[in-house]
Ligand binder design. Structure first.
Ligand code: 16G
Length: 192
């Protein structure tokens, strides 16, 4: 179902846009100067769920600034979008759009991994955070991480985690993330 956004664009959102309005940003432990929020991310910017039409608004090109994406066709994008939309309680792919250029200039995702443990609770993961080169220094990465972190509590995650390289540990600690002394992140990479 298409919904109208503040910028007049009507599109199919990956998750219910009302959920973003439920984030209690007063709970944020990060500092903003000047103050910004999910409802007011900055001049000519809106925060909203990823939409189907973001294939044409530079979403995949933006992700390329984070890691390899590959040449996803519109069909591949649409299929993956619909898969995530069908699990809208578990995926919150969020974007920042510049309403002057109609380009997606920032993104961050909350993944809610459901579990049996902790009274059938869930774990949140903040994933795939990137802000376009020309928009750095506007606290937008901070806003995206903060919003996805606060959202994780709202949607019932008993904990939330993320992966990052050493130089970013300080950045992520401002949201309350701590590097656990006896927990290691281990992985195997099958392909790139
Ligand atoms: C970073 C991202 C992670 C992303 C990965 C991609 C954050 C907090 N972390 O670790 O979500 O999936 O980079 O790198 O955004 P890769 O292609 O090497 O897996």
């Amino acid at each position: 179902m298409s919904v109208p956004f503040e910028n007049g664009v009507e599109d199919v959102p990956q998750y219910d846009p009302e959920i973003l309005k439920q984030i209690d940003f007063s709970k944020s432990v990060a500092q903003y100067d000047p103050p910004i929020s999910p409802e007011h991310p900055g001049e000519n910017l809106i925060m909203r769920p990823l939409c189907l039409g973001d294939y044409d608004r530079g979403f995949l090109q933006l992700l390329e600034q984070l890691t390899r994406v590959g040449d996803l066709t519109r069909e591949q994008y649409t299929a993956r979008f619909n898969q995530m939309k069908n699990c809208a309680d578990n995926y919150y792919v969020t974007v920042l759009e510049d309403t002057e250029t109609n380009q997606v200039i920032g993104t961050g995702t909350l993944v809610k991994e459901i579990k049996f443990i902790h009274d059938a609770s869930a774990r949140g993961r903040v994933e795939d955070v990137v802000v376009s080169n020309q928009y750095r220094g506007k606290q937008l990465g901070k806003l995206l991480v903060d919003s996805m972190t606060l959202l994780s509590e709202k949607v019932g995650c008993y904990k939330v985690s993320l992966e990052c390289r050493d130089p970013l540990v300080k950045f992520y600690s401002q949201f309350g993330f701590i590097r656990e002394s006896n927990q290691n992140y281990m992985m195997q990479k099958w392909w790139n």
